[in-house]
Design a protein around this ligand. Structure first.
Ligand SMILES: [Mg+2]
Length: 238
């Protein structure tokens, strides 16, 4: 690793998949597109959790949720820091969603099969949520590790600590890794460690924060379109 200063131009040249030893994928709004609105369900479950815990109407509960998210990066971190909420109860409640809002993703499955390198998931959600999402998409066989918010001791991205812990636990060289994410600011610690980064373009302001910064090395519209620039999948089964 001789280039740890993330000062590269955006999309200077395509990534050569053969040079990537390890792929680090975010989960929500990355392995499936934001337009599926699955994460909208998770957010709505966060609101009902706050309504029930604090005896609030939906409006004030949503206001508290937004304030905690803005102050602490994630709603869970805010609830733990300011209100000593049990994270397990929160995660169980908010991930009780209907994953049939997602369509199975056979093309993504074939692209991942054609993509060389080890594949990991790094999420601010939980392992059970990641497993249900990946099973619904039909892609779980490609990933050997899910590093979740519990493994991160409830310290969410973009705090640098869980990135260092992921590298240590999963045991890979950041210089040979690429991280793919929809929240641009979550790519900053990855770039600082020496990983190459891919931002999946988002219409959400909170996801675009940091998108113009130098820690975003490559930009793509969605994961399938990005992987199509790297590998040729096997032909569709007839
Ligand atoms: Mg995401």
């Amino acid at each position: 690793m001789n280039d740890v200063t993330p000062m590269r131009l955006k999309s200077p040249e395509p990534i050569d998949a053969a040079t990537v030893e390890t792929w680090v994928f975010d989960l929500d709004n990355t392995l499936y597109p934001a337009r599926c609105n699955l994460f909208v369900q998770v957010s709505a479950r966060m609101t009902t959790f706050i309504e029930q815990r604090f005896g609030l109407a939906p409006g004030p509960a949503k206001d508290l949720q937004r304030a905690l998210f803005q102050r602490h990066g994630t709603t869970l971190r805010g609830l733990m820091t300011e209100h000593a909420i049990d994270p397990a109860a929160f995660l169980h409640h908010v991930h009780d969603i209907d994953v049939t809002a997602l369509d199975p993703a056979p093309r993504l499955d074939r692209l991942l099969a054609a993509l060389p390198g080890r594949k990991l998931v790094f999420t601010n959600g939980s392992v059970p949520h990641a497993q249900r999402v990946m099973q619904r998409l039909g892609i779980e066989r490609h990933f050997d590790t899910v590093f979740d918010i519990v493994a991160a001791d409830y310290v969410p991205k973009p705090d640098p600590r869980p990135y260092a812990r992921l590298v240590e636990i999963a045991g890979f060289a950041p210089a040979g890794a690429v991280m793919v994410e929809d929240m641009a600011k979550n790519l900053a610690p990855a770039a600082a460690l020496g990983m190459r980064t891919v931002w999946l373009r988002s219409d959400y302001d909170w996801a675009r924060d940091g998108a113009e910064a130098d820690h975003v090395h490559h930009v793509a519209d969605d994961l399938v379109g990005f992987l199509e620039t790297l590998v040729q999948p096997a032909a569709e089964p007839r």
